[in-house]
Design a protein around this ligand. Structure first.
Ligand SMILES: Cc1cc2nc3c(=O)[nH]c(=O)nc-3n(C[C@H](O)[C@H](O)[C@H](O)COP(=O)(O)OP(=O)(O)OC[C@H]3O[C@@H](n4cnc5c(N)ncnc54)[C@H](O)[C@@H]3O)c2cc1C
Length: 187
């Protein structure tokens, strides 16, 4: 690093996290001849927020994050933000697929893993909210594999540890999306 001459760089990116990595990858696609310098103050890259064991690591596609579907004052649940977030994630997957197909990065199985996404709530009001959230989203192809239940037996199948010891008189609700939408080919 001592003899690094950043004055000869076409782009200098400060910080070696996912933001710089993504921008550098995009710039390289657009300007393959560019000399891109990434400056990182730590001993290694991706050790701050972008470390999967710190903050990053979960691709948000609004399948389970309730904050993307706030309830309006009239009780309606708008799908707009959730759809926008999911679409952004699909664009990310398309970009990663492009990088894989062009041998820029390795086996996607080593960096992306699809897992079922669940939301769980309890209480009458929350269960009603989740039902309306499901209704608002399920018509969209990005969310059409999302199932909804208020049944304890179904919850026990989906999430045994969450259901264990829970009184069957309790009002509960859950949604579960098994995997990513079928319309995309990335893992
Ligand atoms: C609590 C929390 C939970 C989150 N959960 C998720 C999640 O579930 N899913 C998800 O996708 N994202 C999540 N995020 C967001 C995600 O972690 C960040 O959006 C992403 O990691 C930011 O990447 P970055 O490259 O901007 O920052 P960082 O990964 O932090 O990289 C910045 C780098 O810049 C370096 N740096 C700083 N100053 C300088 C300097 N002056 N000179 C040189 N280098 C410098 C740092 O050392 C660091 O390596 C979460 C964030 C938080 C805080």
């Amino acid at each position: 690093m001592a003899d690094l001459d950043v004055t000869r760089a076409d782009a200098v990116l400060i910080g070696g996290g996912i933001a710089s990595a993504t921008l550098a990858a995009m710039l390289t696609e657009l300007e393959p001849s560019w000399n891109i310098v990434v400056l990182e103050r730590l001993h290694t890259l991706g050790a701050e927020s972008s470390d999967g064991w710190n903050n990053a690591g979960t691709g948000h596609s609004a399948l389970c994050e309730l904050n993307y579907t706030p309830q309006d004052v009239d009780g309606s649940v708008s799908p707009a933000k959730a759809i926008s977030i999911n679409e952004q994630f699909q664009v990310s997957r398309q970009f990663w697929a492009h990088l894989v197909e062009n041998d820029r990065i390795g086996d996607p199985a080593e960096f992306i893993h699809t897992v079922p996404h669940m939301s769980f709530v309890h209480g009458v009001e929350n269960a009603d909210y989740l039902r309306r959230r499901h209704e608002a989203l399920a018509a969209n192809p990005l969310f059409d594999r999302m199932d909804f239940t208020t049944e304890h037996a179904q919850l026990a199948e989906w999430a045994p540890l969450v259901a264990e010891g829970r009184p069957v008189t309790e009002t509960i609700a859950a949604t579960r999306s098994p995997t990513a939408p079928t319309s995309t080919s990335a893992p």
